[in-house]
Design a protein around this ligand. Structure first.
Ligand SMILES: [Zn+2]
Length: 162
């Protein structure tokens, strides 16, 4: 079960930022007034698009703008492809570095602005064979994350070691 603290930790980690207690407290105070799946979506959008760690006001306004479109929490669709975030990750490898890039989903949570649609970009799900056995246990974005860490990154580490 993800809670707002986990979402914030992911944000801090994404920017390699030290967790300054006083600073994090301010974010936690606001985050605890949000809905966790919506907060996660906002954080994921931020991480996917911005080079810099967000000011609290940045998150607040992104959250507000996102929730104009998705005002009704009962409309929230539990979607395996995007994990409810509205975006589907894909891995780009450039010069031995791996990057996550996001595409829009097809569910009711889908992010459609400034982002290409996954299903019109790819003929079929990437990493399909890897994903299939994990389907029950993880959402697709979690599987892509796992694939990046366990398959791509580990393979590189092994190369470095030898
Ligand atoms: Zn979706």
């Amino acid at each position: 079960m993800t809670d707002v603290i986990d979402v914030l930790k992911a944000l801090w980690d994404a920017y390699g930022k030290n967790r300054n207690e006083n600073q994090i407290r301010v974010y936690v105070k606001w985050a605890s007034t949000t809905e966790v799946h919506k907060l996660k979506k906002v954080v994921d959008i931020w991480i996917g698009n911005e080079k810099f760690f967000p000011a609290l006001s940045d998150l607040k306004s992104l959250y507000a703008s996102q929730n104009k479109t998705y005002a009704d929490p009962n409309n929230y669709e539990d979607c395996w492809y995007c994990g409810g975030v509205g975006m589907i990750p894909s891995i780009i490898t450039k010069e031995d570095h791996h990057y996550i890039t996001n595409y829009g989903c097809k569910c009711s949570n889908a992010v459609t602005t400034g982002i290409q649609n996954y299903f019109s970009t790819f003929d079929e799900l990437e990493y399909k064979e890897y994903a299939e056995p994990l389907r029950e246990e993880y959402t697709y974005p979690q599987i892509v994350d796992k694939y990046l860490r366990d398959v791509l990154m580990n393979a590189e580490r092994r190369i470095v070691e030898f």
